[in-house]
Design a protein around this ligand. Structure first.
Ligand SMILES: [Zn+2]
Length: 548
């Protein structure tokens, strides 16, 4: 009897061992320490930081027993990386910019009245002479929502004046699902749609609440070096002139045309809105320095035993800001320990756990993408140049910042979306007594700011996991205090550094959850999809036949 009991106990613990992955948090911490040390120089793409990071990732993936998961080389063999060619553009000197209205020319100063970014079209100069301005409301064309701000107007050669966010931002709920920002509200969408319409350029009217950030953010980021993936037809994605203007400038412009900005702004919230020509023109003249660099996505893989061409992907960005302006202590290396050496170390540890558990029926991809900080470019490049078929990519689980203050009762994802993948994550959470807390700032469009998004855009079910706020020790108050302090003192600052004092118990708990979701997908036959009313559903359904 006694022996039998012992045998049962031993069996139970073996089963528990087989089912539960063993995460080594000391190793996770050490990987973060190495990648965020000063000699990695803040891991900017196409720097010594990239060389070191890519070598480190390949070494760790190899040691974990993963297979090379990158592009097939000239030798016919699959390597560990995918080349990501990036266009890099800068405005040379002070751009000459002006608006003409009311019979006068009004100079615009970069960073003050206007924030214009370097052209990403590949051209080496921008010259606009008295280009007419056209107010197009929110600048949205969304046939599935019965919305078209352009109403068939010819916008060729014109500069579009556009509002930020979408028509439902100020309520009541209309065709854009209420206060939560749809992709139609993002500035990136405004630029893309303007290019599709064939406009000459864009002036987005900056307003703090609907943009969710102040003018200072716009003014400081736009004059920087701009990056994009190298595109076959860059003019299909960008107009030569992409910019924001201060709200006051817009108000004056409208006044000079005998129009009331607030009134037209209200008008733009209705689907009956018609574009309004302004009695004003824009002139611009400046040179653009543009070159192409090559960065790398790094990929390890475990081939599936039964459905090798079906892929479950974990993603995280390896890059960070690099070297920048020194802080008060003279530190100019943006180490990016949390953002995102932590996500990468989690990706590696998940790879080890999957390897230890033995192959699953479907393939599992561990994809470390580049240039997230330059505008989600490594993931954007992968989404348009997939190494594995997107139609058979079951789901993408992205991780960005995986270290928190300790175990939380809840978890979240970036932004809001309705998809089966999130439902499954919530189910896995329930099994271990954890609950889902939706992103509280839905109007900020968090869904569109992480590396899962370029995958979502091409239809692949994708989410970015986020740690919880309701701590086992200290509850929501303690969780919020920790997060606020991180954003204030460390986020995108040289002080985002590794610490030997981190409490990694929360990260470990989250890792277990991410593992169980991925393992369930990899050993199941599920094809989670977007909800029927999701803007990403149509892109997914195009490839439905591949999943039969
Ligand atoms: Zn990040």
């Amino acid at each position: 009897m006694k022996y039998l009991l012992l045998a049962t106990a031993a069996l139970t613990s073996t089963l528990a061992f087989a089912a539960e992955p063993q995460f080594d948090m000391k190793r996770v911490s050490e990987d973060i320490r190495v990648m965020s040390a000063d000699d990695f120089q803040g891991r900017a793409p196409a720097t010594v930081g990239e060389t070191k990071t890519v070598a480190f990732l390949i070494e760790k993936m190899k040691a974990a027993g993963l297979e090379p998961g990158g592009s097939i080389g000239t030798d016919g063999k699959r390597g560990w990386t995918q080349d990501v060619p990036l266009r890099m553009s800068d405005i040379v000197g002070k751009p000459s910019l002006s608006l003409s209205y009311g019979g006068k020319s009004h100079a615009l100063n970069q960073g003050k009245e206007i924030a214009v970014r370097a052209a990403l079209t590949g051209q080496d100069s921008v010259t606009l002479k008295d280009a007419p301005l056209l107010f197009v409301g929110y600048g949205i064309k969304a046939p599935e929502r019965g919305w078209d701000d352009f109403k068939g107007q010819d916008v060729k050669g014109k500069i579009l004046v556009v509002l930020i966010n979408d028509p439902d931002f100020e309520g009541p709920e209309g065709k854009f699902g209420g206060k939560a920002m749809t992709y139609y509200g993002r500035w990136t969408y405004k630029y893309e749609e303007a290019a599709r319409q064939g406009a000459a350029g864009v002036l987005i009217v900056h307003e703090t609440a609907p943009a969710s950030y102040g003018w200072a953010t716009v003014a400081s980021s736009n004059p920087n070096t701009m990056f994009d993936i190298v595109r076959d037809d860059p003019k299909a994605a960008h107009t030569p002139f992409e910019s924001w203007i201060q709200r006051d400038v817009a108000v004056d412009l409208f006044k000079a045309s005998g129009l009331d900005f607030e009134k037209l702004r209200a008008e733009a919230r209705k689907d009956s809105f018609q574009p309004v020509p302004l009695k004003a023109t824009l002139s611009a003249d400046y040179k653009v320095k543009t070159e192409v660099i090559t960065s790398k996505n790094v990929m390890g893989r475990i081939t599936g035993t039964k459905y090798p061409d079906e892929t479950v992907a974990y993603t995280a960005h390896w890059d960070h800001i690099g070297v920048g302006e020194p802080d008060a202590n003279g530190d100019n290396i943006f180490n990016g320990a949390l953002d995102n050496a932590s996500g990468i170390s989690t990706l590696l540890e998940l790879g080890r756990a999957f390897k230890a558990a033995g192959p699953a029926e479907r393939s599992v991809l561990f994809l470390a993408v580049t240039a997230e900080e330059k505008g989600l470019l490594g993931s954007t490049y992968y989404a348009s140049n997939p190494v594995y078929p997107l139609g058979k990519t079951v789901g993408v689980i992205n991780m960005d910042g995986t270290i928190g203050p300790g175990p939380a009762k809840d978890f979240t994802i970036s932004g809001t979306a309705k998809l089966g993948l999130l439902d499954m994550l919530i189910e896995e959470g329930k099994k271990v007594g954890r609950s889902y807390t939706p992103d509280p700032r839905v109007e900020a469009g968090g869904f569109f700011r992480s590396d899962h998004f370029p995958m979502a855009k091409v239809g692949v079910p994708a989410i970015s996991f986020g740690g919880g706020i309701d701590l086992v020790n200290g509850g929501v108050a303690a969780g919020k205090a920790w997060r606020d302090a991180y954003i204030k003192d460390k986020y995108h600052q040289p002080d985002d550094e590794w610490s030997p004092d981190w409490n990694l118990d929360g990260a470990k708990l989250d890792m277990g959850l991410l593992y169980s979701l991925g393992r369930r997908l990899a050993n199941g036959r599920d094809w989670p999809n977007w909800s029927q009313d999701s803007e990403f559903r149509a892109a997914r359904d195009v490839s439905a036949a591949e999943r039969k």
